[in-house]
Design a protein around this ligand. Sequence first.
Ligand SMILES: [Zn+2]
Length: 220
Amino acid sequence: MDKEEIENLRKKLLEQVDKLPEEQASSLKEQIKNASPKQLESFVKQSDKGNECFFCQLVSGKIDTVKIYEDNDILAVLDIYPANPGHLLILPKKHFQFIYEIPDSLLNKLFLFVKTIEPIMIKITKAQGISIYIAQGQAAGQKVSHFSINLVPRFQDDGAGFEWQKKKTEKKDLEKIGKELREAAEREVKDKIEKKQKEQKKKESSEAEKISKHIKPRIP
Ligand SMILES: [Zn+2]
């Protein structure tokens, strides 16, 4: 786990502890705040015991599914209550609830899978479109607290849509929340993304260097 993953894990555990009665929570909180990465992992194992998540049970094979794709990191299965035939659930094998908890390389792989399977899905199901749906949090309809991407083949008027009631809003309200989000994005997102892109480029160029070093001696 990298530093970011460890801190996310710590944050998540603290949130879980918050739901406990006060006297239990305060001593546990201290322990979590001071825990080493190893201790954090064993905390997670303890808290997951007895109420293992449904998708983790799919991953470990405890629940029977129709598998479409599997490798070391990801699993794609058919939803047993499909919105339309071919409705696919794409999961990271490791348990994460929110997108921000998932390491970049794994997130990349999940979406690379989506990108690759989409045209195949259209061809096989003869769908007229595809909905890609991710629910984050109970209020958003996330029924299992394990990250999943829903890929739903779509047809005209199939009733499988995610329509919402459009709310009336005023320009000044848009501007108010817009300002807050824009400033936070400027402050907290821009640097992070630029840093990650730089790291990625560095990695790519050092890999390219390695390859060219390897090739040069062979060119006559
Ligand atoms: Zn899980």
